[in-house]
Structures are given as structure tokens and as C-alpha cells.
Design a protein around this ligand. Sequence first.
Ligand code: C2G
Length: 127
Amino acid sequence: MLTYGTYDLLHYGHIRLLRRASKLGDYLVVALSTDEFNAGKGKASFYSYGVRKEMLESIRYVDLVIPEERWDQKIDDVKKYDIDIVVMGGDWRGDPRFEVLKDYCEVVYLDRTDGISSTDVKNELKH
Ligand code: C2G
């Protein structure tokens, strides 16, 4: 399986997504957004790519972390890593950037975990 994300300020919503994704098969690749890719989206993560990668690699559900550098790398990733299923949280359901992958593999959207997001954590920490 393959999933994409920023995984900043790692929290239990991320972990639950990764755990459920890992149960869909026997090998889970996480394409992690690089700091440059995030900057291109006008976003800056709290933790650097290196730290976010280190934390993801320590999770038992994750088998490999690769860089997400461009929006248009997904078809190449599916082919290169022989991916059967691309898994994303439900907030991406129906997004054409993932729907297009249905010509190459299965695309599964899992429900998000309510009540937690990296943005919420950042805002809570400010007060
Ligand atoms: N997620 C979740 N529940 C939450 C928060 C996040 O299930 N409470 C899921 C998201 O749906 C996503 C994954 O955890 O599948 C990683 O979340 P983000 O780091 O916020 O990922 P995102 O910013 O959506 O990046 O090319 C696509 C992007 O890289 C996706």
C-alpha cells in the first residue's frame, strides 16, 4: 500500500490511519511531503522532513518512507513500488489527484479520526 501526507506533530489520528492502512496488505509505503513541497503549498511544518521521516520510520505499521516532492509523482510511485492500494484519509475522497490513480491501482479512503489535527495541536499550544 501507499499513502501520502505531511505527518507534522505526529498524533493518534495519523497513527490510526497508518494502522488501518497497514491492515490492508503486507507492506506500507508512506510518501512524506518534503519541506520544499510544503513551501510550494504555502505551508511550513513544525518539524523538518528529516525529523518527520525519523518519527514515521519508528512506527511499526510503516515499512518505507519516501519523499513526496511533487503533486504529479503519484503514478510513478505506484509503478515503481508495485503498489496495489493507495490509501488516504476521507478528506481526500473523490479528489481527482487520487481518483486518477484508479487506472493503476485500487484507491481506498479511510475515515479520518475526529477531534484531532496538527493545526488544532498548534493552536492549543499557543494558548
Ligand atoms: N488523518 C486522519 N485523521 C486525522 C488527521 C489526519 O485520518 N485526524 C489522515 C489524513 O487524512 C491523511 C494522513 O492522516 O491521510 C496524514 O495527514 P496530513 O499529514 O494532514 O496529510 P495531508 O496534509 O492531507 O497531506 O499529496 C497529499 C498530501 O501529502 C496529503
